[in-house]
Design a protein around this ligand. Sequence first.
Ligand code: UDP
Length: 453
Amino acid sequence: MEKTKVKKRIVLVPVPAQGHVTPMMQLGKALYLKGFSITVVQTQYNRVSSSKDFSDFQFITIPDSLPDSLINLGALQFLIKLNQTCEASFKHCLGQLLQEQGNDDAIACVVYDEYMYFSKAAVKEFQIPSVVFSTTNATAFVCRSFLAKVNADKFLIDMKDSEMQDKVFAGLHPLRYKDLPTSAFVPLESIIKIYTETVNIGTASAVIINSASCLESLSLARLQQELDVPVYPVGPLHIAATAPSSLLEEDRSCIEWLNKQKPSSVIYISLGSLGLMETKDVLEMAQGLKNSNQPFLWVIRPGSIPTSEWTESLPDEFSELVSERGYVVKWAPQMEVLRHSAVGGFWSHCGWNSTLESLGEGVPMICRPITGDQRVNARYVESVWRIGVQLEGELEKGTVESAVKSLLVDEEGDEMRKRAIDLKEKLKASARNGGSSCSSLEDFVNSLKMKTS
Ligand code: UDP
């Protein structure tokens, strides 16, 4: 009788935030399809449900002992705290997994999100192979690596100089000082601290990155030069593997609404899972959108307008502005929305997943980055791939109106759409058999199988 082949195990450690959980689960699915067993170690906060899509995955929850209020700290401070509180519980969890494992389903490696750097201590102690998963891109990684070494005092002085802000940063063309992944909400010292941890990959034997060589070959080459271990660009993972892992309930009524709109007429607006909006900006946007005369689908996440559960604190003017051509939801099935033929443009904060999803569907973008690597992505959308426009400075209804028209009405928008569709084809080709991202994933899997056979 043929013996059932037992699979080697890969342990995944995602950051408990939508923009990180999504690509990690996609990677998990892709590795599962290559013949590995998957264990997901997650925190109590923002757990992924073990739905039918992941019925063969093992999920383990480790205590994170974070009081709820920390969740309002802001992303970077939250991550710093998370890393402090999870180190011991992860070590304990990994120790138990090692005790329980048989010879056949032994852990082949731990794949941890670059921001879950507490994992480094446990894999070192137990001498388990590990791999860093970067859910951003090589350009952002290179920027973080630069910022980790910067002289904070001098850099702060430079950043306050308005002429300097617009200067292209030597060696990172076409990024300007103001495009570097810093944050107006977090002290530079904290940013440097966390970036230092993320770019120091400890004993990891490789870096997997959710990007593709057709998007940023120079940055990938530069990153490979900086690191002593192989870098595997395997993205966009959402093309390679379907892994629905929405942490919020999707409102599917917006698809019915889209079904009633003309092709390429709708602007879809979403600021991701963490972006916040001030009331005055919401009103300028609503006025500009109305004046553009284009239909719009707007995701306003509960809690994204400070002091309001949802939209109830907004003046009546808001409902009047959106009632004619707008449709507002709390959370949308974004990939399906971007795939819909009625969608002609995406107003985005340019989180890396949203950017990849837009590129993957050939949808041009209006970029309104808020913080961190979103600025890097926005600059690439506008100046490298030339498939969008960036709205900089104060939000004003006139600029909102012309940005929407430039994408959906003007010739300029048609050119951007052509380039976006061209890029979409390149990305699809890279994810197909023989394509660069597909081969890169194969190379990673083969190297892992060789080490563990
Ligand atoms: N997203 C979604 N529905 C929404 C808004 C966002 O499913 O209404 C998903 C989107 O498809 C993307 C993720 O949330 O995969 C957001 O990740 P991203 O990296 O773009 O931004 P972040 O939330 O990390 O700032």
